[in-house]
Design a protein around this ligand. Structure first.
Ligand SMILES: Cc1cc2nc3c(=O)[nH]c(=O)nc-3n(C[C@H](O)[C@H](O)[C@H](O)COP(=O)(O)OP(=O)(O)OC[C@H]3O[C@@H](n4cnc5c(N)ncnc54)[C@H](O)[C@@H]3O)c2cc1C
Length: 441
């Protein structure tokens, strides 16, 4: 088939891109979307567990940048069976409820049914005489004038080499929340990683009255702070030009010496974040790399705060001694003769567990790796599995000139744009790209 614009991906970024294009008058018969599952859900919101919640409060989940309270108002009206969503620092709804919101937003555009949908994965993209030639895993081929890659958060891989074979008790991809029911109540559980996915795992286990011990192994040796009731972030203007040291100084000066658990600290942090992407892109790549190496982990902890519900569960588990946190990394995993697991840590210790939950973060994007390997796009200077890009979200050819019609949006751009991971920043990015594509394609 032939189309004007082909969006690759079927999660929030892809849906947001499609909605913003339709909202700008693009005809649906000019669009194709490639990706499995229900449009708008993806890895983030295609979640079956009611214990997995949004990690930001409702008014920060912004699909429509010019209507910041749209989701919050929708949820207040429609989500009437979830009293636990209400907390004293805001409303934190179930992730699956955000998927329901997305479904409703999509259905408000009947034209979306006319978009050509392919429930498959894009395997290769090559430049042909008539445009981009996209092959899918189901054997279909699509020709498109413009391609937007929105492949999001690749499914997590085991962090140890060799990775273990699938077995009961091993959860490689915990994001859907379809596994807690399979963990025996008295199982010793080992959680790899200490970020928001680990918090989701703790919350689910606590909610189902888990009785066994839980150990978290993470290099930070601590869990993210909890969300606060911060408000009124004032967008700060970052200085320019800027080097890494100045970037750090600007952050320090504006955050001050307060307690990072407090609302004022988070308000100041959020004030920095509003324009951080532009400032980040102006930094020399070497400075970006150094900053990431030295402070990336700290940034992640401060940036990705836990929802109050999950954080409260973690506190209860810790206070009772049921949960321990080991500051280390997991280096190996073997199956024992009794069907359990022996986990080796970098520091030399070994831990026995009946179940292991992999909360080590997203894996690698196979399509991007393929495009880099095929010489269609250049790899980023310091992130060799990720694409080199321009500020206009174009992917770059190996000869360092930008493609005129191959773009990316969402988390696949995070290494370049900096901090494009949350729903609100993705929709801002998608509106800018939609403005451009609606007039140029
Ligand atoms: C577990 C989790 C929870 C999160 N919670 C929040 C939150 O509470 N609030 C918030 O603001 N942000 C949250 N985020 C951040 C999230 O990245 C964004 O909000 C957003 O959902 C990203 O959407 P996406 O479509 O880019 O990515 P994804 O949700 O990862 O979806 C990508 C989609 O693309 C498809 N795909 C991948 N490769 C191909 C291919 N080759 N061909 C075709 N299709 C492909 C996948 O199957 C998937 O459906 C969360 C992220 C995760 C992973």
């Amino acid at each position: 088939m032939t189309t004007s614009v082909c969006i690759i991906g079927s999660g929030y970024s892809a849906a947001t891109m499609a909605l913003h294009l339709l909202a700008r008058g693009m005809q649906p018969d000019r669009l194709a979307i490639v990706g499995p599952g229900q449009l708008g859900q993806g890895q983030a919101y295609g979640c079956v567990s009611g214990d997995f919640r949004l990690n930001v409060r409702a008014d920060l989940m912004r699909l429509w940048p010019d209507q910041p309270d749209h989701f919050a108002e929708w949820a207040t009206e429609k989500i009437t069976d979830d009293p636990d969503a209400r907390t004293d620092v805001g409303d934190f709804y179930r992730r699956r409820d955000f998927a329901a919101y997305m479904a409703e937003q999509i259905s408000a555009f009947p034209a979306i049914a006319e978009i050509s949908r392919h429930q498959s994965l894009a395997q290769t993209i090559t430049r042909g005489p008539k445009g981009w030639w996209i092959t899918l895993t189901d054997g279909t081929a699509i020709t498109a004038g413009t391609v937007v890659i929105a492949t999001g958060n690749p499914a997590p891989e085991w962090p140890m080499k060799p990775p273990p074979a699938d077995a009961p008790g091993l959860v490689r991809v915990p994001w859907r929340g379809d596994w807690p029911g399979q963990i025996a109540n008295d199982a010793c559980v080992l959680v790899i990683g200490g970020g928001l996915t680990a918090l989701d795992a703790l919350h689910s286990l606590h909610r189902q009255g888990h009785g066994g011990t839980i150990t978290i192994v993470c290099p930070e040796g601590m869990l993210p702070p909890v969300q606060t009731a911060w408000d009124d972030a004032i967008p700060l203007r970052w200085p320019s030009p800027l080097r890494g040291s100045g970037f750090l100084r600007f952050m320090r000066e504006n955050i001050g010496d307060g307690d990072w658990a407090g609302a004022e600290w988070q308000r100041r942090f959020e004030s920095l974040r509003v324009n951080i992407s532009a400032a980040w892109q102006r930094l020399p790549v070497t400075d970006q790399t150094q900053l990431m190496r030295r402070l990336g982990w700290l940034w992640s902890l401060a940036r990705f705060r836990a929802g109050p519900q999950a954080s409260a569960s973690a506190r209860v588990l810790m206070d009772s001694g049921q949960l321990t946190i080991s500051r280390d990394i997991v280096t190996g995993l073997t199956t024992t003769s009794d069907g359990g697991f022996l986990i080796s840590l970098g520091g030399g210790a070994q831990i026995k567990a009946d179940a292991v939950i992999n909360c080590s973060g997203a894996g690698r994007d196979r399509l991007m790796i393929r495009l880099i390997g095929d010489g269609v796009i250049a790899a980023h200077e310091t992130a060799p599995h990720r694409p080199r890009m321009t500020t206009g979200l174009r992917l770059v050819k190996p000869d360092n000139t930008p493609h005129d019609s191959l773009y990316a949006v969402g988390p696949v751009t995070a290494h370049f744009v900096g901090d494009i991971l949350g729903a609100a920043s993705i929709s801002r990015q998608a509106t800018t790209l939609a403005d451009h594509l609606a007039t140029s394609t």
